[in-house]
Design a protein around this ligand. Structure first.
Ligand code: AHR
Length: 487
């Protein structure tokens, strides 16, 4: 049995460590890297919108990281979604588009393939960005724990991307897509919903979704041993065996794991013994509740209850893998900028708010423009109102008012205190969609970017139901130059 961080981490994956510890992986999902040292198959599949063609994305070398360059080339000048997250364990437990369930219709949305860029070991790769409405599932699995059988689960999430909706989960759920009662699930939950259990601080928390309850400890409500944990890369663990279960967690970039709960099953009918059904969900609740957000990089489910020692070695493997946020693109919080269009029609135009209404447009600005027009086209970049790893734009002359979308059109408004406003006002910069400048992706609608269309500003996808989703000139209309502030 392995008892410490392996010196040969480059050829050993988390699932080799679980197997050596007597609790082998029966599902292993990642869009970023191989989870077995010998794995050389496909990690995931993408589908592009231009012709609906699909491509499997493999690893650069056996046991290595995803070949993101293959995705970039296949998805160039179009958009891609993740259609399959393959099971690396050999059990065929692939995750695909989740169907309708008792709580919500379906099929669920698929994640945009470029929405969660990151790096592993210095290599650019992509995670799975779950916006509300997005979900993956496998209802016909093999080898996954059922009934009261023991299992372990870990996942790496973006600890800064979460919400209070139900339920951003990864793990064991019902095979029918319906809530079939207490104890019919055992999945990792990550977020700050307080409807059932919660922990100390304001969240997010790692909890166990055991069905009809997210548990942070033995009882519903506050269990102060379960701390707020929001590392950019967070390792989250839930494991269960007869009469006993645990929550553990840590920073996936450094350090070890802590145990946040280890003890008895909830003292509520249905949870002891458990009635696990063995389906696998990602991004949703057991009954397809899909009001939640999060980002998933990798995760596994094991047969048997892994020892803390085994998990500590897995954590060492994870920290050695070298997850890191991608180099930041776009303007830094605190900077004062103007935002210049790049489409050939309009290279003298800048994003500007109207004075007579709350609309946002592009308009020509020159050194001889009025001081009001110059100030109307100047923006103070702030950390994102909904996500500190993204940004928001505050007006330079209407202090306290921000660019936000509503009905997919941009407006200048003051926050109303709602989470929705903050999400609508948060944009995540990416390299320009045309290859020039920078593009600003809507936080809540990945792959809708700030676009000008008929001189008005929107958020737009590359094809879609709104006129401003027109594919013609979309890459150019969504690419901007960060310019010196006019005021
Ligand atoms: O247990 C919390 C949620 O409750 C489950 O994910 C869902 O199936 C039910 O609505």
């Amino acid at each position: 049995m392995l008892t410490s961080a392996p010196s040969h981490a480059a050829v050993q994956g988390p699932c080799d460590i679980y197997a050596a510890g007597g609790s082998p992986c029966v599902a292993a999902h990642s869009t970023t890297r191989a989870l077995f040292g010998a794995f050389s198959g496909s990690l995931y599949q993408v589908r592009r919108s231009s012709d609906n063609a699909t491509l499997n994305i493999g690893v650069l070398v056996a046991g290595g990281v995803a070949n993101a360059a293959a995705q970039d080339s296949f998805c160039a000048n179009t958009t891609c979604v993740i259609t399959v997250i393959y099971d690396q364990s050999g059990h065929g437990n692939n995750l695909t588009q989740a169907p309708a369930g008792g709580a919500a219709g379906g099929p669920d949305n698929l994640a945009y393939a470029t929405a969660a860029p990151t790096t592993v070991g210095g290599h650019k790769v992509y995670g799975v960005f779950v916006a509300p409405g997005t979900g993956y599932r496998d209802d016909a699995t093999s080898g996954i724990a059922t009934g009261d059988a023991a299992e372990g689960e870990y996942a790496i999430f973006d600890g800064t991307h979460y919400d209070g909706g139900c339920c951003f989960d990864y793990g064991n759920a019902e095979t029918s897509n319906n809530d079939t009662g207490n104890g019919h699930m055992e999945a990792i939950y990550f977020g700050n919903i307080k409807v059932w259990g919660y922990g100390s601080g304001n969240g997010p928390w790692i909890m166990a979704d055991l069905e009809n309850g997210l548990y942070s400890g033995v009882n519903a409500g506050l269990n102060s041993g379960d701390p707020t944990i929001n590392d950019r890369f967070t390792t989250a663990i839930v494991k269960g065996e007869a009469g006993h279960w645990s929550i553990r967690g840590g920073n996936a970039q450094s350090g070890g794991l802590s145990t946040f709960y280890s003890g008895a099953r909830p003292n509520v009918s249905g949870y002891n013994p458990m009635h696990k059904e063995g389906a696998i969900i990602l991004g949703i609740g057991g009954d397809n509740s899909k009001d939640s957000a999060g980002t998933f990089y990798e995760g596994v489910m094991t047969s048997g209850y892994p020892s803390d020692t085994t998990e500590n070695s897995v954590q060492a493997n994870i920290t050695a893998a070298g997850y890191a946020a991608p180099a930041s693109v776009g303007p830094a919080p605190g900077s004062r900028i103007s935002i210049q269009a790049t489409t050939s029609c309009c290279t003298g135009d800048y994003i500007k708010h109207d004075d007579s209404d709350t609309k946002v447009v592009i308009a020509p600005i020159t050194s001889s423009s009025s001081s009001t027009a110059k100030a109307d086209s100047t923006w103070i970049v702030t950390t994102g109102l909904a996500d500190t790893s993204c940004i928001s734009f505050e007006s330079a002359n209407n202090s306290g008012q921000y660019l936000r979308h509503s009905g997919f059109e941009l407006y200048l408004q003051a926050p109303d205190g709602s989470a929705l406003f903050n999400q609508d006002a948060t944009f995540c910069p990416q390299a320009g969609n045309s290859g020039t400048g920078v593009s600003f992706e809507s936080w809540g609608y990945p792959n809708k970017f700030i676009r000008h269309y008929n001189l008005t500003a929107y958020i737009a996808s590359d094809g879609g139901s709104n006129a401003w989703d027109a594919t013609s000139l979309w890459p150019n209309d969504t690419s901007w130059l960060v310019a010196s502030p006019w005021a």
